[in-house]
Design a protein around this ligand. Structure first.
Ligand code: BTN
Length: 319
């Protein structure tokens, strides 16, 4: 029903249509019309409404429809197959299901909105309608399962390059999976693995990039720690950004496959915003503070503490 109302407003974009007319056309009450309009406004549709004149659609958010993503996509494999949802619980959950059923490497699952977006350490990830790019990429790498954590670093390098080109010139990587702008998080990466001891079956790489996310959508505790293109006042087109991200992810994934991870780890160090800074580390079994100094050859974070050098394989690191 909401889609029907939206289609009708789109056909009449720029002119006012009365609530009465819409209610008669679709056989619903005027209150029901008003409720649908309210949801559309929450989703980023700019709809003017006046009691006497009715409703007028002024602006629609840019959607990530597969035909738009495919148009001008310059990759060999990544994003060549697209599974699209307006609303889904988590694109990672769907991608894992598809990968279990044999989906090809490079397939992406994209959603305008996630109702159960997930982050690392069982945290939730806020993903409102059209306010970010929420997607998951299916990979079937041939390297050993031990190496998989390096893939997150590969993604972080590719993403940081794209975001800097898009105007966020000061963004940097926080180990292992966030991209920050001035200590506030703009991107999160959740890499999930399905493997046996010796072989990776698949990896699902879930990426969330806050584009139009406004402070209003954020709970109070996140207002000081999360940012977006909109909050940073940097205009961005979601389709173009996603195409660029897919191209750069593919490029760096190919470099890792052909030359190994060493050259990418070197780039990571240059693009990091945490090396040389004091950090607080909370791992499952211990917590400590120290200075983040470098990455080892496996992508673990090396932290210099009062008691010597610590190697961080997993956990939460705060700057
Ligand atoms: C984190 O911040 O710890 C990682 C966040 C990853 C969020 C993305 S959004 C698309 C994909 N689907 C999810 O449920 N999570 C990832």
């Amino acid at each position: 029903m909401r889609q029907d109302i939206l289609d009708y407003l789109m056909e009449n974009q720029g002119t006012f249509v009365s609530g009465q007319k819409i209610s008669e056309l679709f056989g619903i009450s005027r209150t029901a019309v008003w409720k649908h309009i309210r949801v559309l406004k929450q989703r980023g549709y700019v709809i003017e409404s006046y009691t006497k004149k009715g409703y007028c659609l002024k602006e629609a958010p840019e959607l990530l429809r597969p035909e738009q993503i495919a148009n001008g996509l310059k990759t060999g494999l990544f994003g060549k197959k697209i599974v699209y949802f307006e609303k889904v619980d988590s694109t990672n959950t769907v991608a894992k299901r598809l990968a279990d059923q044999g989906a090809d490497e490079g397939t992406i699952v994209v959603a305008e909105e996630q109702t159960g977006g997930r982050g690392r350490l069982d945290r939730s990830f806020i993903s409102p309608f059209a306010q970010g790019i929420w997607f998951s990429l299916i990979l079937r790498p041939t390297f050993p399962p031990m190496e998989v954590s390096k893939l997150t670093l590969v993604a972080a390098v590719a993403l940081t390059k794209v975001l800097r080109r898009a105007g966020l010139i000061h963004c940097g990587i926080k180990w292992p999976n966030d991209i920050l702008v001035g200590d506030k998080k703009l991107v999160g990466i959740l890499t999930e693995l399905n493997a046996s001891v010796e072989k990776i079956n698949y990896v699902v790489m879930g990426i969330g990039i806050n584009t139009a996310l406004g402070k209003k959508a954020l709970p109070r505790e996140l207002k000081k720690t999360v940012t977006s293109f909109a909050i940073e006042n940097v205009p961005v087109q979601r389709v173009e950004l996603l195409q660029d991200v897919l191209r750069e992810l593919e490029r760096y994934y190919d470099v890792a496959g052909e030359q190994g991870f060493a050259p990418i780890l070197e780039e990571w160090k240059v693009l990091s915003c945490m090396l040389g800074r004091d950090v607080e580390v909370s791992a499952s079994d211990r917590s400590f503070t120290g200075k983040a100094v470098t990455l080892d050859e496996n992508g673990n974070l090396m932290v210099e503490t009062a008691n010597g050098m610590e190697r961080v394989l997993a956990g939460d690191v705060r700057v």
